[in-house]
Design a protein around this ligand. Structure first.
Ligand code: AKB
Length: 320
């Protein structure tokens, strides 16, 4: 029987770095191939195979497929919401063409690529989506290129499942918060920077305004959800677009309040920029009951538990 070989595309980003580590713990270092357009600095990339891969380069993509014959592909390479608004044409190309390269490869490989994971986002929702208890199905009118690419991608992964039998799995991530690697180019990134600023300067100037409630998820929960949805038996995945997923929801002043419990003289100021307009089109609180019912999703972390874990883990970096 062929052993499982897992390929992670876009492995050096915030999620990829931690996912590669988690996958290597499950499948073995040599069986998880990390790949990205450039190599990340984390030691995790020294613990097993790493390949340079621009997913838009079809020849190189085919070379990697031929070399490793992956059974599971996690395709994470994308421009996030804020960066994508700075270069919308390239963002569309990367987010969509990259996905088609992966889906077409899975279609051609037949059953030898057993599963494909591709992340969607709360950015797939829009101003006409209910902001509270945001349902799995409802009005979807994303207003960013990133959000449009995520919604289109959701429809395409469902299409490849229905038409070609590609076993696609997907989650609509809220903002992801972790201490092992930094996010890049997202509207929710302040919720990571705030912890570093609190320890460094006891002050954070937030690019979103007070009262901007957004859904967020702590990285250990994001990893758990990703692995659980990929490992669930196919008959539990009863919905082939992307599952709503929730951990917690808070506004900047609430995360600041949670930090103040540990650092009483921490303070926050507000200078909203172009990212405010993006955040204003996103939901505040997600209804993830379908994920809970279908494959048993349940987050472990709330805001205060996350804050204490984040501060404990990043404090050593700022000790003089
Ligand atoms: C972003 O802010 O763009 C991402 C996301 C919510 O998908 N973190």
């Amino acid at each position: 029987m062929k052993k499982e070989t897992v390929l992670v595309i876009g492995s050096c980003g915030q999620l990829g770095t931690e996912l590669v580590e988690a996958l290597r713990g499950i499948y073995g270092d040599e069986n998880v191939i990390a790949s990205d357009i450039r190599k990340g600095e984390s030691p995790v990339f020294e613990s097993g195979p790493f390949e340079l891969l621009d997913i838009l380069n079809l020849d190189r993509w085919k070379e990697i497929l031929h070399k490793y014959k992956p059974t599971h592909v996690y395709h994470l390479a994308a421009l996030l919401s804020a960066t994508a608004e700075q270069q919308p044409e390239f963002a569309w190309k990367l987010n969509m063409q990259g996905l088609f390269h992966v889906l077409d490869a899975a279609k051609e490989a037949g059953s030898s690529i057993k599963r494909v994971y591709w992340p969607s986002s709360i950015a797939a929702f829009g101003v006409n989506t209910p902001r509270f208890d945001t349902p799995q199905y409802g009005p979807m009118d994303p207003s960013t290129v990133y959000g449009i690419s995520k919604y289109a991608g959701e429809l395409y992964i469902q299409y490849y499942y229905q038409r070609y039998g590609v076993d696609t799995r997907s989650l609509r991530y809220p903002g992801l918060i972790g201490h092992k690697s930094d996010p890049g180019g997202g509207t929710t990134d302040y919720a990571v920077a705030i912890y570093h600023d609190a320890l460094k300067d006891k002050h954070h100037n937030c690019f979103l305004k007070e009262g901007t409630i957004l859904p967020m998820l702590y990285m250990p929960d994001a990893l758990k959800a990703t692995l659980d949805v990929m490992h669930a038996p196919a008959d539990q995945i009863k919905m082939r677009m992307s599952y709503n997923l929730a951990g917690m929801s808070f506004a900047p002043e609430e995360i600041a309040g949670s930090i103040k419990k540990h650092i009483p003289d921490f303070n926050i100021s507000y200078t909203p920029d172009y990212r405010q307009a993006i955040a204003d089109t996103w939901p505040a609180v997600i209804d993830d009951s379908m994920a809970r019912e279908h494959w048993g999703w349940k987050p472990d972390f709330d805001l205060d538990r996350m804050t204490s874990d984040m501060l404990t883990n990043i404090a050593p970096r700022y000790k003089m």
